[in-house]
Design a protein around this ligand. Structure first.
Ligand SMILES: [Ca+2]
Length: 496
């Protein structure tokens, strides 16, 4: 039995929507439904986009910035599970990863999971998917998976891997080794963007839903020329927390060991990463140009987002997997001029599970499902939106960590360290632990009650002790320490 996490009645929500309209047009229901294009990247720091944050002075992404400037930018969009497979499963099903089995990387999504692909296909859309999928188990690369989850044209979908070149022979995509770097035609980002442009042109005049999932800027940190040498390591910024002492941070955020000259590594890595981001941005520009030239710009909802962020030197770390903002907070932009006012910024907290409810509301898609966990953000897009009720809470669950995020706070419970409470308003850099400050006692209780409700109602494996079984599904091996009692103990104690 699934229970809604945010107790808001449908009637209240509908009233809010009708008050909020017209966003720009009330004629939506009588018009042809818009197309949907999702551009999704892998491991992209929101700080790498110049429309998001000023801390990376070298970030320069004019095409993605244009989407944000002509649409809405969500400032506090969280990945519920900031690693690849589980984040993607939550985005594409509107449910938490543990509810569709994909809690760890490489665990195949449950066959009965209903995805965005199914929903749009059922609504008469031509559906297509190009690029990295990572919801079909261990297969690598695994082009054209048999289980397409509603994405009918999935010839250029592949399960996982980060090759820098895709070749095509007789309509069959192929990869060779990681060392082979493609050219303007065959570099993976170019190849996939071109397949998306082909899809857009081919289906002009039809109702379509297409997702492009670019495997960059995830490592290996290399791109084709000119992007690979576009940035100089000497010029990139080093984050303030790069040299933070180990004693000043939680154990789950400790520095990754075993690398000589960490600053030189960071400078080299970040320069290459910025090149990959620039390349993605140029491809976004080409795709938008194709939409414009084919006369479909006004009738297409375009989303830009990523599966999770990248620490890129913050706390001396790389990649993701922890609840700190650089890892868990992601870029999320929606461009749809007929209904979204230019330069809209939403500061409320939302997460992957809110994505499907929002899209189907925005696009007028006929679909209801009690299993959907999130809520539509459409009421938050209205200009007269001050009284819109909103849960303003995101839950994060990854490995042996769980967290709850609100506009002001982030509370983290884990197996490997004491609890941490961040005051996001006073300490946006997330370095001070307020958990043992008595003044925060009532806040800690309130947040822990919310978190417990999430853990219980979604059967989070950190709560049920199910991590061992998920590990077995992933690896085929039995793990003995399946009971993670300290995390559960903290939650029990502080929810009282
Ligand atoms: Ca990923």
């Amino acid at each position: 039995m699934l229970l809604p996490l945010k107790h808001k009645s449908k009637a209240v929500l509908l009233a809010a929507v009708s008050l909020a309209l017209p966003l720009k047009s009330m004629a939506q229901s009588s018009q042809k439904k818009p197309n949907l294009l999702i551009i999704h990247t892998d491991e992209q720091s929101f700080r790498s986009l110049s429309c998001y944050d000023n801390s990376w002075k070298e970030a320069n992404t004019p095409h993605i910035d244009k989407l944000a400037n002509e649409g809405v930018r969500f400032e506090n969009f969280y990945a519920n599970h900031p690693v690849c497979t589980p984040s993607r499963s939550a985005l594409l099903t509107g449910r938490y990863a543990q509810e569709v089995q994909s809690y760890f990387n490489d665990i195949p999504m449950a066959g009965e999971a209903v995805t965005l692909g199914h929903i749009f296909k059922q609504n008469g859309y031509i559906t297509g998917y190009v690029g990295k999928w990572h919801l079909d188990g261990h297969d690598k690369p695994g082009f054209d998976p048999k289980r397409n989850f509603g994405f009918e044209d999935n010839r250029y979908m592949f399960n996982r891997g980060h090759w820098k070149q895709i070749a095509e022979e007789n309509g069959q995509p192929q990869v060779k080794t990681y060392k082979e770097i493609g050219d303007e035609q065959s570099y993976t980002t170019d190849f996939l963007a071109r397949k998306t442009i082909d899809f857009i042109r081919q289906h002009k005049g039809q109702k379509w839903c297409h997702m492009l999932s670019i495997p960059d800027p995830h490592g290996p940190d290399v791109d084709r020329l000119p992007y690979n040498t576009m940035y100089d390591g000497e010029d990139v910024s080093v984050p303030e927390s790069f040299s933070l002492l180990e004693t000043d941070k939680p154990k789950w955020a400790s520095q990754q060991k075993g690398k000589k000259d960490p600053e030189a590594r960071l400078r080299h890595t970040k320069a290459r990463y910025l090149g990959m981001v620039k390349h993605i941005d140029d491809c976004v520009g080409q795709i938008m140009q194709a939409l414009k030239e084919s006369g479909q710009m006004e009738n297409t909802v375009v989303v830009f987002t990523s599966d999770h962020g990248d620490m890129m030197g913050e706390f001396g770390r790389y990649n993701k997997g922890i609840p700190l903002d650089a890892s868990a907070k992601v870029a999320h932009i929606i461009h749809y001029p007929p209904r979204i006012k230019k330069r809209t910024v939403v500061n409320e907290v939302l997460s992957n599970v809110d994505f499907i409810p929002s899209l189907i509301d925005l696009m007028g898609i006929d679909y209801t499902d009690e299993a959907l966990r999130g809520e539509s953000v459409v009421p938050l897009l209205s200009e007269s939106r001050s009284d819109v009720p909103w849960g303003n809470t995101a839950f994060i669950s990854v490995g042996k960590l769980v967290a709850v995020v609100t506009p002001q706070y982030k509370l983290v419970y884990s197996e490997v360290d004491e609890p941490w409470l961040y005051d996001r308003e006073k300490d946006p850099g997330e370095v001070i632990n307020h958990f043992n400050d008595a003044a925060y006692g009532p806040v800690i209780k309130e947040l822990t009650v919310k978190l417990k409700n999430y853990l219980v109602s979604t059967n989070d494996p950190n709560w049920t002790g199910g991590l061992g079984e998920l590990y077995r599904i992933r690896t085929g091996k039995v793990k003995n320490n399946v009971e993670f009692s300290s995390l559960k103990g903290y939650v029990e104690q502080y929810a009282r």
